[in-house]
Design a protein around this ligand. Structure first.
Ligand code: HEC
Ligand SMILES: Cc1ncc(COP(=O)(O)O)c(C=O)c1O
Length: 311
């Protein structure tokens, strides 16, 4: 579905819904909206005629959600009248079906199902919800770029502060004038490290208008991911089960077996952080029979033990 189809069809969906569901508003819907959304938009003049903008200027203020095209102005007028007439009744009648229509149209446009979509008040709110919910370990990093918006940077910074994870910012290209899809995809793939858990990028950079080749980037990352264990966690967990579980349990707190502390009672102590555990495991503890651990195994075990603290 194209952007234009999306906008036009959303108009139809809303008009259709009103006409069907709400007898009191049938007249309004028919008059204010139907005709406008049918207007052909085949030429630039036809598109321009939708906007009552002064022709004395070249308007480059597109960040403002104004002026509105004719169907949107008509809808605003219709909703205003409906709310003036019967505020609560109009709200109860309209809110759910209209929201459902928006979700359906957006889902069709993006090729997903309506329940995949969250409607947020702003981009900042959407980013905060998404990035604020990331599950990250202290040994993991978010890979992001120097081209991203303050909202992205702040959400990631706060998440890193809470989880102990780190953030790495890279440029995706050398010069805007010579940037190519290949350069971006190549640069990104090269920058991924074993500890990279999240790649955080913005599709359209508002500072330059550059649109990232998101599909190609995702495909390249899928390749990188194919060779990696989910969450890098499975290995540490498998080792712990094999070599440590006869003494250490994964139960909630209390000592587990009589001798060894349960993992969660270790992670409950904030002094027993990554550095401490690393150091501890570099020397076999007295009660534990000597199992030589490689540096990689120590990293995996530490990551696993710490991950239990966040459950
Ligand atoms: C034979 C039993 C036994 C086995 C097997 C064992 N441990 Fe322990 N572990 C203990 C005991 C007992 C303690 C508490 C006394 C101590 O600190 O030595 C302990 C303590 C620890 C601590 C806590 C250190 C602290 O100061 O809080 C860590 C971390 C730890 N073990 C990790 C491991 C790992 C990882 C493995 C598997 C590779 C493992 N242990 C296998 C018995 C064992
Ligand atoms: C790339 C990008 N991210 C986030 C935002 C923040 O958007 P909002 O004002 O909707 O929170 C903007 C706004 O310009 C943006 O361009």
């Amino acid at each position: 579905m194209t952007r234009r189809d999306f906008l036009v069809r959303t108009g139809f969906a809303v008009a259709g819904l009103l006409a069907a569901d709400s007898p009191s508003l049938r007249a309004l819907a028919g008059s204010a909206m139907g005709a406008a959304s049918l207007a052909p938009m085949e030429s630039w003049d036809a598109v321009r005629d939708q906007f009552p903008l002064s022709r004395d200027f070249i308007h480059m203020s597109c960040f403002f959600l104004a002026s509105h095209p004719t169907p949107v102005r008509a809808a605003i007028e219709r909703h205003r009248r409906g709310l003036d007439d019967n505020p609560m009744g109009y709200w109860l009648d309209q809110n759910e079906p209209l929201e459902a229509a928006v979700l359906r149209a957006a889902a069709e446009y993006m090729g997903v199902t309506p329940t995949d979509i969250a409607l947020t008040d702003s981009t900042t709110m959407g980013l905060a919800l998404l990035y604020g919910g990331l599950r990250l370990r202290p040994d993991q990093e978010v890979l992001t770029t120097v081209h991203d918006h303050y909202s992205t940077e702040e959400s990631l910074r706060l998440r890193a502060a809470r989880t102990g994870a780190s953030i790495r910012q890279i440029p995706l290209y050398r010069r805007l004038a010579s940037v190519s899809r290949d350069e971006i995809v190549e640069t990104l793939v090269q920058a991924v490290r074993p500890q990279t858990r999240i790649v955080a990028v913005t599709w359209v950079h508002s500072s330059t208008g550059l649109k990232l080749p998101i599909r190609e980037m995702a495909a390249a990352l899928a390749n990188v991911n194919a060779g990696r264990a989910e969450g890098d966690r499975a290995e540490g967990e498998a080792l712990a089960r094999l070599w440590c579980s006869e003494c250490h349990t994964t139960e909630a707190t209390s000592g587990g077996s009589d001798v060894a502390p349960a993992w969660r009672s270790i992670t409950a102590d904030s002094l027993k952080n990554q550095a401490y555990l690393r150091e501890f495991l570099n020397n076999p503890h007295p009660a534990m029979r000597h199992i030589p651990l490689s540096p990689r195994q120590i990293e995996d075990l530490v990551a696993y033990i710490l991950s239990l603290g966040f459950e």
